[in-house]
Design a protein around this ligand. Sequence first.
Ligand code: C2E
Ligand code: MG
Ligand code: MG
Ligand code: MG
Length: 277
Amino acid sequence: QAKAAGGNTLRFFNDQMQVRVMERVRLERDLQRALQRDEFRLCYQLKVDTDERPVGVEALIRWQHPERGLIPPVEFIPLAEQSQLILAIGQWVVETACEVLSRWADDEAREQLSMAVNVSAVQFHDPGFVSQIKAVLAESGAPAERLMLEVTESVLMEEPESVRNTLAALRELGIRLALDDFGTGYSSLNYLKRLPLDELKIDRSFILGIPHDASDTAIVETTLTLATHLGLDVVAEGVENDAQFQWLKARGCRVFQGYRFGKPVELESLALAATSA
Ligand code: C2E
Ligand code: MG
Ligand code: MG
Ligand code: MG
């Protein structure tokens, strides 16, 4: 009897696994076609200053799947990164964001805003990356100094000389560079000292415990001090409530991002009322 039950259990798992494998294969196939079918969307989330005035936005990708609805990036970016697909997707993101940025250049209420774009490690280490960015800037006419590229610590772990060269080449174009999700990866303080970065984004997981969690407050305070001394701008990610906002403000943080100020929304829904004060 035990044997029979075991057999059924095994069969059950096999069926489940097969369903999962098939779903993944289907998702991968759909992902291949998503670009041609124009199914990707960018949402934009505000970054604000201490007076809650918008200083920029971060572009965040979504996939409008015909049957499954809106799929968040965590569910397809890792898949895209396993193939070369991320290169084409990343190119689309940069092009789309730069088109918006170039339109803003003629718009008094928006000309001061920066546009941040997330860059995958695969994309960053692609030999054509810098020239691709350069070409998109030239074609769109977007002002390079308003474009910000966000990379995570994992990007910086590769061969140090080549990372440095790529960052320097991007900076040469006038682009600003941010270190995203700071504190979650294998960051070495040595990177911060040696690499040409402009901004640190303190990861949401550390903002979560403010103002009560002793470790989180210590980590965030130390990061703010460190960044100031290194001449880096700091952005607090994932600010959800006023207690976090006030605490961060009192400790010298100048730029904030999070649901407290707005969720990622479509371009038309961006609340920019307070921009031109
Ligand atoms: P990220 O770059 O660190 O983006 C911040 C994520 O935190 C976004 O999730 C945003 O919606 C979410 N978030 C912002 N404020 C709050 C808050 O107050 N509370 C909470 N709980 N969450 C908040 P999203 O849009 O799902 O993106 C997740 C990640 O996917 C991004 O993390 C980024 O690593 C990646 N990603 C998004 N768009 C792109 C893209 O165009 N290219 C690449 N390579 N990666 C992307
Ligand atoms: Mg980001
Ligand atoms: Mg982040
Ligand atoms: Mg994050």
